[in-house]
Ligand binder design. Structure first.
Ligand code: DAH
Length: 342
């Protein structure tokens, strides 16, 4: 039977060609030439019809077996060639440096905050926290800031709608805290004196963003309550921390000021080489004072027994000075090229 005898030599030639195809394109062509619709092997299948009934089964079986072998050879050569195509054309330089995964870093504001907190921890302060969604009472009233005070203006403060099921009395409303001072009240409401806390946190004001303002910013609040606390304690503490954070040659001075929750109140100015580089002698950095007796009354502390001081300052301001940054908005853009600098 001629057909049956043709199968083996045809298969051998096809196998040789498939195995030796030099690339993927040549392989596809070879495939077409043998087992495509017009391929030489396919032609054999078509001749099956011309065979007698007795010859057909054996021939059909042989052809199918040979075809399966060719398809397996095709698949094997294809994966070989695909792998070869994926390999680099040039020889690899094994001494070249690898591609490193870049390590992340702490944000400069976080670094400054951690430095300040670390410094306060050395002298016995602990970190306290409070809600960023505050209410008017804790942000203003309890801090002795009257309802007609400009700080409460809708121009300065983001007020929030009161939910229907709110527990808050009608006279009180929700807002985004404008300073971390509200946490003074939250802590004193819950804890008995003495108190030594530091409160880093995010604050919000209705400011338009420019080089020195941003509607979201960060503050650090400090509160110290004990018996017989003096302005001298306040000054000594502030001086210790500022020298740690901004350098030993840093000088500070207190200027009289007004805050409704402290009496007397001061603004703190500092001076060092950085400030002089800006062409100034002193730079205002923080507000502070002795806790107002009314604030103690509001939280149920007896002002005849307890005394204390508080301060608050902006973290961005310190970070800008420390790193020589001239636009506050850079802190919030999360541009990796900026963040990598610190
Ligand atoms: N809360 C003030 C502000 O946002 C800063 C401040 C001043 C905080 C005096 C205090 C303080 O605790 O005693 O500008």
């Amino acid at each position: 039977m001629a057909l049956l005898n043709d199968i083996e030599p045809l298969k051998q030639s096809a196998l040789t060609e498939l195995k030796n195809a030099p690339d993927l394109a040549a392989l596809e062509q070879t495939k077409g030439a043998w087992i495509g619709p017009h391929g030489k092997f396919t032609a054999l299948l078509k001749q099956l019809g011309t065979l007698s009934k007795e010859e057909k089964p054996a021939a059909g079986k042989a052809i199918n077996a040979a075809k399966a072998e060719l398809e397996a050879a095709l698949a094997e050569r294809r994966s070989e060639l695909e792998l070869k195509a994926a390999l680099p054309k040039e020889p690899i330089d094994f001494s070249a440096p690898g591609r490193r995964r870049a390590l992340g870093k702490l944000h400069p504001l976080t670094q400054v905050t951690e430095d300040i907190v670390r410094s306060f921890r050395k002298i016995g302060f602990v970190v306290a926290d409070g809600p960023e969604i505050e209410d008017e009472y804790h942000c203003f009233d309890a801090l002795n800031t009257p309802a007609d005070h400009p700080a409460r203006d809708t121009q300065d403060t983001f007020y929030l709608a009161k939910p229907e099921n709110s527990q808050l009395p009608a006279s009180n409303s929700y807002l985004l805290r404008t300073h971390t001072s509200s946490v003074q009240i939250r802590v004193m409401e819950k804890q008995k004196p003495p108190i030594r806390i530091i409160v880093p946190g995010r604050c919000y004001r209705r400011d338009n963003a420019d080089a020195t303002h941003n509607p979201t910013f960060h503050q650090i609040e400090g509160l110290y309550v004990d018996k017989g606390v003096t302005v001298g304690d306040l000054k000594g503490t502030v001086e210790f921390v500022f020298k740690e954070v901004l350098g030993v040659e840093t000088k500070i001075r207190f200027r009289p000021h007004y805050f409704s929750y402290t009496e007397p109140s001061f603004e703190i100015d500092f001076s060092n080489a950085l400030v002089k580089k800006l062409g100034k002698e002193w730079l205002e950095i923080a507000g502070c004072g002795m806790v107002h007796p009314q604030v103690f009354e509001n939280v149920g502390y007896d002002p005849e027994i307890w005394t204390g001081w508080a301060f608050g300052f902006g973290i961005e301001r310190i970070a800008m000075l420390r790193y020589g940054i001239n636009d506050i908005r850079l802190f919030y853009e999360n541009d990796v090229r900026f963040l990598k600098e610190f």
